[in-house]
Design a binder for this molecule. Structure first.
Ligand SMILES: *Cc1c(COP(=O)(O)O)cnc(C)c1O
Length: 346
């Protein structure tokens, strides 16, 4: 059987032997009763890393984001985010369904927002307008090709939100990639955000789980909403142990994934079937095909050579690097990219 090199997402990683051992040895209890010490340890550890008061372990990043949005809005409110935002595009219409809020979509360069873009979209108090109550940022921006905010860009957005009484939530599914790329300190994030979602099952390589961080008051409310969403888990310490292991062992190595992404981008920049590669900042490479090449043809011929990746639009393809991509896989993938002769239709 041909071995597949899977660049579809950093969610495809499977636990390493060390991570599995940590899971097997986890001390667990019933977390809905508040008795799982490994879950508590993970929540406490991650809250400490980001200088937030408390954390809540959830089954998915979608759930952490949607719980946060529900915590920070009332029905009829409006959420401000970029038009590429995962919370808007890829969470099944959850904002409307769970929070009964409307969404104001902005158009940031590569999904990166700024006070200048946000300020004019904050509604004044007027009977006609929905109440603007929350801004959501995404770091890194998935659909922006892994583009990062620095803390210098985040601080003035926080100031704007504070002046106008809006909450600020971070969809930090890949926030550790951003931290590794920018050199910012996780600890400095806490002062700016009311909520932070962190995925353990993306680049960090845990099999399941995300953590929502916030104030004690927010997390108490979030815990109740998680129960209502059906996300209260029992002996979840086996999963939390994987998250703790990931935080201890898989953060600094994200730099390797970023180097791999640069190498893929260099190869893609050298071939005729690619028109443009978005600048690479982290572990995501998005590129646009040259005229006459279809995503079906390119994905098909890559797949024939054992390389899996996905599309982000009608003529754009995405590669995501992660900890299950080895040096050998990289070397083979680069050779394949350079030698590929996808069918051209015109
Ligand atoms: C993956 C992802 C999430 C959460 O996804 P789940 O699959 O629900 O864990 C949230 N935001 C972004 C930007 C993501 O890439």
């Amino acid at each position: 059987m041909q071995i597949k090199t899977d660049f579809r997402s950093d969610t495809v990683t499977v636990p390493t032997p060390g991570m599995l051992a940590a899971m097997m040895n986890a001390r667990v209890g019933d977390d809905v009763y508040g008795e799982d010490e490994t879950v508590a340890e993970l929540e406490h550890k991650l809250a400490g890393i980001f200088n937030m008061e408390a954390g809540l372990f959830c089954p998915s990043g979608t759930m952490t984001n949607q719980i946060a949005i529900k915590c920070f809005t009332q029905p009829m409110d409006e959420v401000i985010c970029d038009q590429t935002a995962h919370v808007y595009r890829y969470e099944g219409g959850g904002i409307a369904y769970h929070s009964m809020a409307s969404v104001r979509l902005l158009n940031g360069p590569r999904g990166i927002l700024s006070p200048g873009l946000i300020a004019p979209e904050i509604n004044e108090d007027n009977i006609h307008y929905p109440n603007s109550s929350l801004v959501v940022l995404e770091n890194t921006v998935n659909k922006g090709g892994g583009a990062c905010y620095t803390l210098d860009q985040i601080a003035p957005i926080y100031e704007l939100c504070k002046e106008n009484g809006l909450k600020l939530h971070l969809d930090g599914a890949r926030v550790f990639n951003a931290l590794v790329a920018t050199g910012d300190n996780a600890y400095d994030y806490g002062q700016y955000f009311d909520g932070i979602s962190v995925c353990l099952s993306k680049g960090l390589g845990a099999p399941v789980g995300s953590v929502l961080l916030g104030s004690k008051e927010t997390i108490n409310k979030a815990r109740k909403i998680r129960k209502a969403f059906g996300g209260g888990m029992r002996q979840a310490g086996f999963l939390a142990a994987a998250g703790i292991f990931a935080l201890d062992h898989h953060v600094t190595r994200l730099a390797v994934d970023h180097q791999h992404a640069v190498l893929l981008a260099e190869a893609l920049n050298s071939v005729a079937y690619v028109e443009e590669v978005m600048p690479v900042e982290t572990n995501i490479v998005i590129f646009k095909l040259a005229k006459g090449f279809t995503t079906a043809a390119v994905l098909g011929s890559l797949n024939d050579k054992g390389i899996l990746c996905g599309t982000t639009g009608p003529d754009t393809i995405r590669f995501v690097t992660h900890l299950n991509i080895t040096e050998e896989m990289m070397a083979a993938a680069i050779e394949t990219i350079k030698e590929l002769k996808p069918l051209r239709i015109m």
